[in-house]
Write a protein of this length. Sequence first.
Length: 559
Amino acid sequence: MTAHHPDPGSSRRRFLGLVGLGVAATATGPLLAGCSEKPAGSGAAQNLDAVSGLLPTRKDLPGGITPDITGTRPVPDGYTRYPANLIDAVTDKPGTSGKQVTAMTPAWGPAPPGVAQSAYLQAVNAELGTPVNFTIQDGNTYADKLNAMLGARDVPDLLCVPGWEVEKIPRFADAIKVLFEDLTDHLSGDAAAAYPMLASFPTGAWRRAVWNERLMSVPNPTDGPFPWALFTRKDVLDARGLAVPANLDDLLAAAKQVTDPARKVWAFNDVFAMIQMFHRVPGHKGGWRVKSDGTPEFKYETPEFRRALEVMAKIYADGLVHPDIVASKGADAKQLFAKNGAIVFLQDGVGFWQGAQAEHQKTNPRLNIQPVPIFSATGGDPLVWGDDEPISYTFVKKGLGKDRVQELLRIINWCSAPLGSQEAQLRDFGVAGKHHTPSPNGPVKTDLAFKEIANQYFFISGRNPTIGPFPDTPRFVPDVLAYSNEMVKHMEPNPWAGVKLEMPAAYKANQVPTEDKFTDVLRGRRPLADVDAIVKEWKANGGEEARKLLADSLSKEGR
């Protein structure tokens, strides 16, 4: 998979803070709300079936390649062999003005070098004909950067907003209306034919790109529906004679066996999302489900969440979490897991898997990263969080003029070239001889590629979802699709699948502070007895307002 879903559990990157924007606009404060003390905006619900007339006319790209492994939708298909003959998907340079394009995207890894020091960025920009200058932000704190930027009304030409961050931005629909270009006339219906890569995107992804009943962004269709997986160092378990856990008791027993502070090895990073999933805690819209009487219920109110909280709190209390994770949000959990083996079970996005295996197997040939199969800690079938919503959305700054907007859309179109094209090879693997070496199975990334390529152009575009091929990890595509095709059988049904929701501003603004309170409980800084009070505060500070919006949206849909 090209990129991964949310990565809030293991903050490690500290790069390119928004200079000069100050700290007035944060994830806990109002967006575009002046000096008001409480965020305004009661939220909104939009029937996605009603926006079909705004969407691009979908057209398949000619000369598509046949997948080797079929995914069960929304799991994408997989490719184990790299195409022998690459096509030129774009014949003309998309950039015509030569004027620099500014862009902001997230990264979950060491910050890549800027354009002046990056042979990769320089090569792609040369093909684009117009340079793109990226500001890369830490994906773990990206919502904070977005809130600051939107609050200051100072946005780049192209802004990537990950789908999972939308829920954290108060009054996001209002910000869109003020700051970003309406793309409806450029992309609706047959107009999208000018951008054939974009016209090939799934219609469902475009439905989600509509705000305020207008087509306001370019979606990046998901290449994997699952936000989280629990990975293990199977090579470490094998060396200890331990099996991959098949239930919660096995997991906790293995965690105690592998934790050895004297050897600087611990079982876990923060695995609370997976512990919730194992306990069948609801996950849609941040944690909502519908009770048998039709009333929306949030996870904080459920017995499943309480049990998951107790289990995770005991994991912390038993000293099974790496102390760097406990002490600081800046701990590098990925490195501690994949490079050092100082963590044996890691919660992360599925997209972490291939890149980590490819990078670290070069120094540790025995490395074997594998996911722990999903299970239910309470009996019955497992429950898997997931959806088919886009990975991210790309917004175009308002007021740039028609010619500039069209140039930017051509650049986005180029960056969306499919597997089997020269453009996609350059985007994904960089320059031959510098960033990759040829092999019978396709390009193999060099050390320079791992340093310079961080999905920059992927995050200002999108592409039809594909997995692979990866010649440096030939087992990855079969393994990830076997895992994903099993997981999707248990994916939680979404009661709001046909509704686009803008959650109330107070509810959004209160999300991070409430999660911080539960983090204090998990880590022993507050007693479990405080949970009822925290839930009561959550209800009063937007929770009940959100419940009403969700209930009304179901009523209007006739559900």
